[in-house]
Design a protein around this ligand. Sequence first.
Ligand SMILES: [Zn+2]
Length: 346
Amino acid sequence: MLMGSWPQYGGSLLSPPETGAVARVGTSTPTHGSPMPIAEEDGPATLSFQATQCAICGPGIPAKELYPANFGVDDITPARFSARRLPDRVHYRMVRCLSCGLVRSDPVLDEATLAHLYAESTFDYEAETANLKATYGRYLAKLRAFSNHQDSLLEIGCGDGFFLEQALTQGYSKVRGVEPSEAAIRDASPAIRDQIMCDVMRPGLFADGEFDAVCLFQVFDHVPHPEVVLDACRAALRPGGLILCLNHNVESVSSHIMQERSPIIDIEHTYLYGPATMRRIFEAGGFKVLKQGHVNNTYSVGYITHLVPMPARVKGMALGTLRRSRLGGLTVPVPLGNLYLIASRS
Ligand SMILES: [Zn+2]
């Protein structure tokens, strides 16, 4: 951690700027004329931050600090914002809303910087694709139990589109995806690639009422404005259409035990939800919650090892041993602290 190089603003990391304000922090002048202040080859020059507010309660509600920020400017790279990278416990300052309990990062990198990081991020979980297909497929079947009319499906943050292929096998005839990472879309199978839009979910991207179902898997806690994404999802759904959202559970037993060492306390997560805050934000967004529960993920032993907090060198050796012995490929269903929610457009 390069805390020594961490520039301060407003005197302290613990006193972020007012909502809407942008704090510029600087270390040196850009050396290569790049407009984006991201650590790539020459290192970062400036980073700007944006205060956040509770996505349920709105501005002006006090929050309690859970953990102070623990990263330096050099930590801000596209690799840090890549799908399924090794968890390394780098995070923003994290707070909990004193009114509703929603956990969030505050302040966070400004949106243009974040958009750039996600566009340049990579997608490296092919090894787990079969297991994710099995897990997500089970929850899609739960959604389908609420509606006979399921023909078109949209996935937000679809990566290389592996779940869209799963949706086709479950009988959807029209599948579309939205994904900011160009590299992920390049990896999509030719049958799916043209159905993926390189973008982030926002109002107006799709026609009103275009889809019977919208799915978000491990995406909702990454978006900087979840209420805006929910508005856009609601508009894209036909009346009575269904949404399925699966993400981390900040109120899970493992999260309470591991606290700051939990892999979900991560710079990629702008908001972290528990069952109650998930329900509230969906209801506030005009959805009727039909079902909620804990997720049993199908994981390989290798991937579980990948998540467990331990020194990087030890983890590298353990992963190598598992790979060579093929034990790493064994799969087990485990409740790893995720939750899901199924709701209808009311
Ligand atoms: Zn709140």
